[in-house]
Write a protein that binds this ligand. Structure first.
Ligand code: ASP
Length: 312
């Protein structure tokens, strides 16, 4: 069952899905963010008869994603979701920072309609591009009547915004959901669901400071062999407001780095402890002086950014 008469809005932001290379056999030497989102939609014959709108919000390689683009994107998504005739929004995005944008939109908008990010690992000019199928699957999820929240649809798999993570540099199935596993899959346009859709109380667009240049500085530092506190102290001198430490293993931090982080925390910097491990949350450290998050470092940074703005 799909929302037959309602519209899907496809917002383009660039990425490899809109990328072009000089040769159809080149999957790496391409430029991301070259084709307009309208052209991506028109390249999928099965989308021609569907009620769709396409809007270009940005045109960038997602490695260069920035707060101004996030703010514009969140506003445009919010605008379209509020339209009664729109059943869902699809966002074409680069794979590199997709997990951050997904988390950001889920926390800010917490939508009750689906917001589906999709991407590609091969440019649109490839002999066998993955973007058109991913876009078609994403629209299928956006039209699914039960779908809600921010998800990513890539390689036939539906990942939730909280768990989704890029896990491979090259293969088409480049995303994972860790221990939680995916929400479901898309088969011949049909959604097969295994886990609930993302939910949660949104912070609201009002949490975003109007001038993105004024968003607090939040950085990630990594614990590793011979880590000392020099970087943390340098960041404090730069006026950092929040620090995420990508800890080793089950949340362990080099003692030199830990000392610097505790000093920073005592001076008013908000610190969150995440782990470098690819899977598993930090277990049993809840009462520690450096607060723990189950989020991966890139998402913990977004969470801290939003909490800092919410507290201002
Ligand atoms: N660098 C590209 C981007 O994130 C990679 C991709 O889309 O696959 O925009």
């Amino acid at each position: 069952m799909q929302n037959q008469s309602k519209r899907v809005v496809v917002l383009g932001t660039g990425g490899t899905i809109a990328g072009t290379a000089a040769s159809s056999s080149d999957h790496t030497g391409y430029r991301a963010g070259q084709l307009a989102v309208q052209a991506l939609v028109e390249a999928v014959p099965a989308l021609r008869d569907m009620p769709l709108e396409a809007e270009q919000v940005a045109q960038l390689d997602s490695k260069d994603m920035d707060y101004a683009t996030w703010q514009t994107l969140a506003r445009r998504v919010g605008h379209h979701l509020a339209r009664e005739e729109v059943c869902g929004v699809v966002i074409t995005h680069g794979t590199d920072t997709l997990e951050e944008t997904a988390y950001f939109l889920q926390r800010v908008l917490g939508p009750t309609k689906p917001v589906v990010l999709t991407a590609a690992m091969r440019p649109a000019t490839a002999l066998h591009p993955d973007g058109p199928q991913n876009l078609l699957d994403a629209v299928g999820v956006a039209r699914h009547p039960q779908a809600r929240g921010v998800v990513a649809v890539v390689a036939g798999t539906i990942h939730g915004a909280i768990e989704v993570r890029k896990v491979h540099t090259y293969r088409l199935d480049a995303f994972g959901s860790g221990d939680a596993g995916p929400i479901g899959c898309v088969e011949e346009g049909r959604v097969r669901q295994w886990r609930p859709w993302p939910q949660g109380e949104p912070l609201g667009l009002g949490v975003l400071e109007p001038d993105p240049a004024g968003w607090p500085r939040v950085e990630i530092v990594t614990s590793h062999t011979h880590a000392d506190g020099a970087l943390v102290r340098a960041l404090c001198n730069l006026g950092v407001a929040g620090l995420v430490v990508a800890a080793t293993g089950n949340g362990t931090v080099h003692r030199e780095l830990e000392t610097a982080l505790l000093e920073a925390q005592a001076a008013g910097v908000r610190v969150l402890r995440s782990t470098r491990c690819l899977e598993g949350p930090i277990v049993g450290r809840e009462g520690d002086a450096l607060p723990v998050t189950p989020l991966i470092p890139s998402k913990a940074r977004v969470e801290l950014l939003l909490r800092l703005m919410a507290g201002r």
